[in-house]
Write a protein that binds this ligand. Structure first.
Ligand SMILES: NC(=O)c1ccc[n+]([C@@H]2O[C@H](COP(=O)([O-])OP(=O)(O)OC[C@H]3O[C@@H](n4cnc5c(N)ncnc54)[C@H](OP(=O)(O)O)[C@@H]3O)[C@@H](O)[C@H]2O)c1
Length: 314
């Protein structure tokens, strides 16, 4: 008889209430995969969007979750990077490799890097998807350089607050939008200029920006194009309606890029180095035992989270 594990699953699309804990088959690592005993796993907006039926995946049932921090339990054929007992963290291949909201998950060995000894599993489980998104947006897509001016929207959110730290580590001048109650937090992360978007239109008070990181979309994308210097770049991480946005950017002499996070060993190594150097740390907005995944979804869906929500698995 196969071994089982506790996991959060859903049978239908819907609100947080469709999530339920179940005993499911414990996975086995295939060739070049590792089996990880999950200790902590971040909850991201993509989890609640997919739960509700928005995204890239087919019909449930499924186990959500892309962030992983845990301990290698066993390795599949050909794995040399990790061995049983290693503490690792990483992001399962987005979007089709999901399943970390469970006691065990399998994934490609190269999705994971060793967890810095300085941080616990909650911290390491909060980081991968949001930090890789920020890293790929700023480093790979925008090629952000020291001394450049970057505007980061939703800077107190999961992606935003890690992007702020990555931009500072790169020596950029960081301008951020957030509601007033989050300004002290963001000043503590090194933000140079803060805009309370609830009382100011950012495009009235910012200009001559080299890079904009936009996790909001809607009218933020067009408005953000207005604040770029000629040749500047807007990176939108809500990659829909590409053609319209690119045409609008072309007319203004700026660039628009729409990106999705990808599995990325080099990116995870860069993220780990920043964590080890004390330059990147997730703000933990809340931790929830696995059984309370629905509560984590409900809290996240308010859209007001400062930092990250994390599931813990004992
Ligand atoms: N393309 C990709 O690969 C990718 C990867 C990761 C995330 N995403 C997407 O990016 C979005 C953000 O993700 P996240 O994890 O950062 O979300 P999150 O943690 O839920 O973001 C919450 C934050 O957004 C801020 N916020 C909301 N509306 C705002 C506004 N109009 N102006 C400024 N700040 C605002 C809130 O601050 P206030 O309370 O101050 O408003 C809050 O701190 C989601 O839609 C997610 O699906 C895409």
């Amino acid at each position: 008889m196969s071994e089982t594990m506790r996991a959060i699953t859903q049978d239908v699309y819907g609100g947080p209430e469709v999530l339920r804990e179940a005993q499911l088959d414990k996975p086995e690592p295939g060739p070049s995969e590792v089996l990880i005993r999950v200790r902590a796993a971040g909850v991201n907006p993509t989890d609640w969007k997919h739960r509700a039926g928005q995204g890239f995946l087919g019909e449930p049932p499924r186990i959500l979750g892309w962030d992983v921090s845990g301990v290698v339990e066993s390795i599949g054929t050909g794995v040399t990077l990790h061995k049983p007992g290693d503490e690792v963290f990483g992001m399962l291949p987005y979007p089709f490799g999901l399943g970390s909201h469970a006691e065990y998950v399998t994934g490609p060995a190269r999705a994971f890097v060793s967890k810095p000894a300085e941080v616990d599993h909650v911290q390491a489980g909060a980081i991968p998807l949001a930090a890789l998104t920020a890293w790929q947006a700023l480093n790979d897509t925008a090629d952000l350089q020291a001394g450049q001016r970057i505007l980061i929207h939703a800077a107190a959110g999961g992606v935003g607050h890690l992007a702020v730290q990555i931009a500072k580590a790169k020596g950029a001048h960081v301008i951020a939008t957030a509601s007033k109650s989050k300004h002290e937090f963001l000043t503590g992360l090194g933000v140079d200029e803060l805009i309370d978007y609830t009382s100011n239109d950012f495009e009235q008070v910012v200009s001559d920006v080299d890079v904009v990181l936009d996790p909001i979309a809607a009218d933020y994308r067009s408005r953000s194009l207005q604040v770029l210097r000629k040749g500047g770049v807007l990176v939108s991480i809500l990659p829909y309606d590409r053609d319209e946005l690119v045409a609008e950017a072309d007319e203004l002499g700026v660039r628009a890029e729409l990106m999705l996070v990808e599995a990325d060993q080099a990116g995870m190594q860069a993220v780990r180095e920043l964590v080890e150097a004390g330059k990147l740390r997730a703000e933990i907005a809340g931790t929830f035992p696995l059984a309370d995944a629905a509560k984590a979804h409900a809290q996240g869906e308010t859209g007001r989270t400062k930092g990250k929500l994390v599931l813990t698995i004992d």
